[in-house]
Design a protein around this ligand. Structure first.
Ligand code: GAR
Length: 207
């Protein structure tokens, strides 16, 4: 059984999609939030999953928060740490500690539109295709090796909310897929390169 720890900051719909996927061979050991009012905690509690809050406001520095967060995570001895709408910039020490077993989902087709407000940026840039990316986390924000991406059209009349909805639907599809690959031992990061075994035609996970 592969153990997962999922980190959230808010709504937690990606966490929910991963839990609902009931991935064979995977067990969600804990859901940890950096905000006591993260809405997604209620779903995890309902599912009987251990939840914990490590409130970033209680720590004097990013380093101190990340150290406390790592202690909370390591208590569960996870095989994989899943950032699911976890809205904190992580220190290099934290990221390095979980190298090759730390995944994130970002609401754009990276490397386009890193950071916040991705849907607004996509609309402002006038792109015709937008989407979401699951990637391994490396010290540079939103720059880690891509595991899987899903594209959606930008339609005439779209506003941020409409585009966000269309992208989120894809997020809920590709994140459980990436986790399933990892749990099956098919997804690895070697020398900074992603390998998905058994994906013959689409090695990068284009869907
Ligand atoms: C998702 O759209 C996720 O891609 C994004 O926050 C949202 C969280 O929703 N993450 C980032 O922007 C990370 N930089 P959720 O809490 O319902 O999963």
């Amino acid at each position: 059984m592969k153990k997962l720890v999922i980190l959230i900051s808010g709504r937690g719909s990606n966490m929910e999609a991963i839990i609902r996927a009931q991935i064979p061979g995977a067990e969600v050991s804990a859901v940890i939030a950096n905000r006591p009012d993260a809405e997604g905690l209620a779903f995890a509690v309902d599912q009987g999953i251990v939840t914990q809050v490590v409130d970033h406001k209680a720590y004097p520095s990013r380093e101190a928060f990340d150290a406390a967060l790592a202690d909370a995570i390591d208590a569960h001895r996870p095989d994989l740490v899943v950032l699911a709408g976890f809205m904190r910039v992580l220190t290099d020490a934290f990221v390095t500690r979980y190298a090759g077993r730390l995944l994130n989902i970002h609401p754009s087709l990276l490397p386009s539109f890193p950071g916040l407000h991705t849907h607004r940026k996509a609309l402002e840039a006038g792109v015709r295709v937008h989407g979401a990316t699951v990637h391994f986390v490396t010290p540079t924000l939103d720059c880690g090796p891509v595991v899987i991406q899903a594209a959606v059209p930008v339609l005439p009349g779209d506003d941020e909310a409409a585009l966000a909805r269309r992208v989120l639907e894809q997020e809920h599809r590709i994140y459980p897929q990436a986790v399933r690959w990892f749990v099956d031992g098919r997804l690895t990061l070697t020398d900074g390169r992603v390998l998905v075994q058994g994906e013959r035609a689409q090695p990068g996970g284009w869907t």
